[in-house]
Ligand binder design. Sequence first.
Ligand code: PEP
Length: 245
Amino acid sequence: MRRKLAAGNWKMNGTGAALAEVTALAAAHPAPAVDLLLCPPATLVERMARAADGTAIAVGGQDCHAAAAGAHTGDISAAMLRDAGASHVILGHSERRTDHAETDAIVRAKTEAALAGGLIAVVCVGETEAQRDAGQTLGVVGSQLTGSLPEGVTGATVVVAYEPVWAIGTGRVPTLAQIAEVHDFLRAELVARFGEAGQGVRLLYGGSVKPDNAADIFATSNVDGALVGGASLKAADFSAIITAL
Ligand code: PEP
């Protein structure tokens, strides 16, 4: 049985004042029936981890370098995130794939580094609108999944997030049938490659999840939770999504 996961991606939002949202969220969910994860910008990881200490909220980074250390100005390693109190890291988010030209091979190398550093990797895949319109969705997400995941993946080490690029931050959401089609496909791909371990890998949906559409999305086949951007910034919104899980 896969435990559900509500994960928040703060992207490049938030300074110290925003940590009040963490305190409010923890107070609203002292013993949640689902796992909770917040991924703030790197500058807040350590402070958020301290604010979340003793609560049900886990903290993650939004990226890590594939190397363990070295001459990579501006980057952070998996070990640094761990040291700051993170347990997870988002990898291969479409904004990273676009803004930083991250290929599947790069995402795979980062995932290997994250796992070696003791982090759980939340690996993102998703098609553009043009790719969906061209009927390429399953081919695209299948090849991203194959290329981005290393060998030996299990539910304890990796979470996969399906995030259609055209749904991120746009208020547009695929139909439930479209979400089910992709999630069922990803599950089959995971099981084909990793065997029984593939059944344990949680599949999150991400892209304009809001309090008013969360319950329907969470009731969809092979959806084990959500990766939430904008609606994770305010405790009240994220809390309503968590309750819908
Ligand atoms: C995201 O950042 O991963 C995301 C899904 O954003 P939003 O919920 O704002 O669409």
